[in-house]
Design a protein around this ligand. Structure first.
Ligand code: E4P
Length: 227
């Protein structure tokens, strides 16, 4: 399962990458606005520089008319280069824009997915990723995890190339449910990523191992000190 970082803060991205080789970064206009950088393209270029060349960078268009979305998407790819995934909302004119861009070989992530049908249509239109908003769906009284699973099932049954990119998570359990169901990718905010992969109990267990070893074998010793 691909795991991406859902944030645009350079320090957080670098800290997370220092601990683990993630598969890329996803942003949206709100996430970019939180960095305080009034030049979003500058922020995206900076993110591009701190992540590996082959990592994906997902960024969203703001236009609402089909032609404008297409123009904006092409501009973003021309500035940000390879491995850019343009996020197009699967609402309004988005589906038409997705089909035009996909035919021209541009990587598209269909975003703002609040139901199975828009996701299915986006997959049919040629989107590479489909981003259902799991926690936002839960907050609306729906079962976000189940909707993500249903999208995965229907898209695989139809034989489309698209993968679900589970998004909008507020806890590790929601993320793990994606994995259990074989969903191909998730994008997770730094706080949830930290609780998912790093926990104090495990770190304390390792500290105890070192402490016991040092009591017997000497301060600061590792296996390197023994033949
Ligand atoms: C990803 O495509 C979404 O922009 C993101 O995961 C939304 O997360 P939020 O519901 O925490 O804003």
């Amino acid at each position: 399962m691909l795991i991406l970082i859902d944030d645009a803060d350079l320090t957080k991205i670098e800290e997370l990458y220092a601990k683990y080789p993630y598969d890329g970064v996803t942003t949206n206009p709100t996430i970019l606005s939180k960095t305080g950088n009034p030049d979003p393209m500058d922020q995206l270029k900076k993110i591009r520089k701190v992540i590996p060349e082959d990592a994906m960078l997902h960024a969203q268009v703001l236009s609402v008319e089909t032609d404008d979305m297409v123009r904006e998407a092409k501009h973003m790819v021309s500035v940000l280069g390879e491995n850019t995934y343009v996020k197009i909302p699967a609402v309004g004119n988005g589906l038409k824009a997705i089909s035009i861009l996909a035919k021209e070989g541009i990587n598209v992530t269909a975003t703002a997915i609040y139901g199975v049908m828009p996701a299915f249509m986006a997959a049919k239109a040629g989107a590479k990723f489909l981003a259902p908003y799991v926690n936002r769906l839960d907050n609306l009284g729906y079962d976000g995890v189940q909707i993500a699973k249903d999208i995965h099932t229907i898209v695989k049954a139809a034989g489309y190339e698209a993968e679900v990119l589970g998004a909008s998570f507020k806890n590790s359990q929601q993320v793990l449910e994606m994995g259990k169901f074989g969903i191909g990718s998730v994008t997770v905010n730094p706080d949830t990523l930290s609780t998912l992969a790093f926990n104090g109990v495990a770190e304390n267990a390792v500290k105890d191992f070192i402490c016991d070893f040092e009591k017997c074998c000497g301060q600061g010793k590792t296996m390197l000190d023994f033949e």
